[in-house]
Unconditional design. Structure first.
Length: 142
């Protein structure tokens, strides 16, 4: 059985750092897609972390449950990057009253066209983290 480590403080600090980065980013006049994508990825990872801690934080998981949770959670997190990024783009465009938006429609569409790749990348990262967790657990056994 695998028990998730208590990450309450780490998730709280990470969420606070995300909020600081978000408020700094909103105030900057920037039209690059990279920073908003990084913030969207961070938002998706934080959402997954908070959901896992809330649902499975104190419950022990079998090896199969752990592998499935991390794999599918990684895929869902990867797929969640595109909507989170688009939401952040929409927030920034709505707060900045320019004649031309900070992010064009092509930039938003480009974010969504990459969603399947991010889903696959999230799946692979989730599987890798699951295998690392299983290997770490195996070395801790007597």
């Amino acid at each position: 059985m695998i028990r998730l480590p208590p990450l309450r403080q780490a998730l709280t600090v990470a969420t606070a750092l995300f909020a600081v980065a978000f408020f700094f980013w909103v105030g900057v006049e920037d039209t690059a897609v990279g920073p908003v994508t990084a913030l969207g990825a961070a938002a998706a990872v934080l959402a997954f972390g908070q959901a896992v801690r809330a649902r499975w934080g104190s419950r022990p998981l079998s090896r199969a449950e752990w592998f499935i949770l991390m794999s599918l959670g990684g895929a869902a997190t990867g797929l969640g990057v595109a909507p989170a990024t688009a939401l952040l783009m929409a927030i920034k465009v709505s707060l900045h009253g320019h004649a031309y938006p900070d992010y064009s429609l092509q930039a938003v569409i480009g974010v969504f066209t990459r969603a399947p790749l991010w889903g696959v990348a999230g799946l692979l990262v989730g599987m890798g983290l699951a295998l690392l967790g299983l290997a770490r657990r195996r070395t801790e056994l007597p």
